[in-house]
Design a protein around this ligand. Structure first.
Ligand code: GTP
Ligand code: MG
Length: 556
């Protein structure tokens, strides 16, 4: 294999968070450049799905003995991997080596009969373990070591950032603290697989595929789980059989539009999840949205889930982001920090509205990195131009072709540091001509805006659409002001602060300080007060706020 000199300052992150554990990054052990070939998105997804199908979720008593538990399970076949985590109780994720073990385990389970609940004849892979001889020891704390599935608190984050020795290190620290862990990725795929079992009651060969930040390398611990019901596999079965005399009856049922068909399908799956979905609570059918969906909370895993149908372009977008996120480690570090910065300043929200979305922010970072000299990221058109025949992809009439093998993309010769890049990012968008130009990652250059939306970011695949159409002039203005303030803060530090020796929030930490903590917009202050006074003010504001309340960095 070719040798790669990509920027890989975060050892093993891709391999650990989205790849398979069989191929750990070489950097993790050696500290030298990574020579591991990156897997294709489709390969990673296929492996993860297959792994999830060999996995069960078990609600365990707190006083479980790990050794006995594993011994008991291995009666059904060898266990490949397991871990515990806490949600509403203690849970174990157990991956068997073979799928058959699941049947064996399920055959030995029984459904409890309670007068208040009627059992339905459905064998799920979500089990409850009741010990026959429960120990008299009652403990609120689990006996086993559990893995963490939540993002760090703001207090913890500020602490971590204060230990770093450079802004570069701060960005990498933030990435390490927030990125999805191997266990969290497994749990996400398992949740999709469990939902697939239920959906399969209606559509036997359907696939529930995760997309969005769970798989695009930009997922933060705590982010929602986007999944879509893929019925194409069912369709593919009869693609070659268009010569026979029989037509499938259900295909000729009269539905006025694809959208209505999607709504009907999601509606029955929503009912099914609501009535029979083990651990699915708060099921809401949001069928009149632009993209109809069923939203629910999967209690055992703790994920907020959004289930859509007919969403193959969104999956392709996730693959594109995966490619960009895997090309150069600076991309993820920068995107994570920008997303955290936006969340800390309430530029993004978990509620839909006139806010910028994380998806738009990610595209803005990609665009900025395409504009560096030399470019850090290639344009989408150039990824299309080096595509092979097998990469060809047309979805709903849109050409979504691009190279799927990251290893075939020439690494960038750009060696700019993250410290420079984050400063330049804020500088760039603080001065961007949003009033006349649009952002276009397909061509990697600004273009005249085709309409008067305040923020116009061309949809990479449906090129006549704007992915940030929802953003209001006010929100854009707020973004621009905060970007300018942040560029200014970083610039001042550059000039005045020997930051590594101070214990004050500096660098990235200073950028994440929340609004409303006592300081007014720096852009309004900057001509009046010297830096030392501002830092004092910021410090006082942190002290007067409980750290956990000070910044919500934990949400989406
Ligand atoms: P989080 O905020 O961490 O959940 O990021 P996300 O990337 O998962 O975003 P979200 O859950 O809002 O959307 C999931 C996926 O849907 C995104 O990754 C995109 O692929 C797609 N998507 C979201 N919003 C838009 C949009 O406005 N236009 C288009 N074309 N796709 C979108
Ligand atoms: Mg999401």
């Amino acid at each position: 294999p070719r040798s790669f000199s990509r920027h890989l300052s975060c050892p093993g992150t891709i391999a650990a968070s989205v790849g398979s554990e069989e191929q750990p990054s070489a950097v993790a052990e050696t500290g030298i450049e990574d020579k591991t070939l990156q897997k294709k998105f489709s390969e990673v997804q296929k492996e993860r799905r297959e792994q999830a199908q060999r996995t069960v979720l078990i609600h365990c008593p707190n006083n479980i003995n790990e050794k006995k538990f594993l011994k008991y399970l291995s009666q059904h076949g060898p266990v490949n991997n397991h871990f515990f985590y806490e949600s509403f109780g203690l849970f174990a994720v157990v991956e068997f080596c073979q799928k058959d073990s699941i049947n064996s385990l399920q055959n030995g389970t029984h459904t409890p009969t309670q007068s208040t609940e009627a059992a339905i004849p459905f064998k799920s892979r979500f089990l409850n373990l009741r010990l026959k001889n429960p120990s008299s020891q009652v403990s609120a704390q689990p006996f086993v070591r559990t893995t963490n599935q939540s993002p760090p608190s703001s207090k913890k984050l500020f602490e971590l950032l204060s230990y770093a020795e450079s802004i570069e290190e701060q960005l990498n620290t933030l990435l390490q603290a927030f990125q999805l862990t191997e266990e969290n990725v497994r749990l996400r795929h398992l949740t999709c697989s469990l939902i697939e079992d239920i959906a399969a009651a209606y559509f036997p060969s359907c696939v529930i595929r995760p997309f969005g930040s769970s798989v695009n390398t930009f997922g933060k611990l705590g982010c929602d789980l986007d999944m879509f019901l893929d019925l194409d596999e069912t369709g593919k079965l009869d693609v070659h059989k268009n010569t026979g005399n029989f037509l499938m009856e259900f295909k000729v049922k009269n539905v006025p539009s694809e959208r209505i068909a999607t709504q009907k399908i999601l509606s029955v799956i929503g009912e099914c999840l609501d009535n029979f979905g083990p651990g699915c609570v708060g099921v809401q059918k949001i069928l009149n949205a632009r993209c109809p969906l069923v939203r629910f909370s999967h209690q055992a895993s703790g994920f907020q889930c959004d289930l859509t149908a007919n969403n193959s372009i969104a999956l392709k977008s996730s693959e594109l982001l995966y490619i960009y996120g895997s090309l150069d480690s600076r991309v993820r570090a920068l995107v994570f920090s920008v997303r955290c910065w936006a969340r800390a300043h309430s530029l993004t929200s978990s509620i839909p509205g006139a806010w910028i979305t994380n998806f738009s922010l990610t595209v803005m970072v990609i665009f900025f990195l395409q504009r560096r000299s030399p470019p850090i990221l290639p344009t989408l058109d150039s990824l299309k131009s080096i595509a092979d025949a097998e990469d060809r992809c047309i979805l709903e009439g849109n050409n979504c072709t691009f190279i799927q093998d990251v290893n075939k993309i020439q690494p960038s010769g750009n060696t700019e540091t993250l410290e420079l890049l984050i400063k330049e990012f804020f500088e760039y968008f603080g001065n961007f001509a949003f009033n006349k130009n649009s952002i276009n990652i397909r061509q990697g250059r600004e273009q005249n805006k085709p309409d008067s939306s305040p923020l116009y970011i061309q949809n990479p695949f449906e090129t006549s659409l704007n992915i940030s159409k929802n953003v209001s002039q006010n929100q854009l203005q707020k973004f621009v002001e905060l970007a300018r303030d942040s560029a200014w803060i970083l610039e001042q530090e550059d000039k005045n602060q020997p930051f590594s020796s101070s214990r004050q929030p500096w660098g990235l930490a200073a950028l994440l300080l929340p609004p409303g903590s006592g300081h007014t917009s720096l852009s309004r202050q900057k001509k009046k007060k010297p830096m030392s006074e501002k830092v004092k003010g910021l410090l006082a504001s942190i002290k007067s706020n409980s750290p956990d309340r000070s910044t919500d960095t934990s949400g989406k």
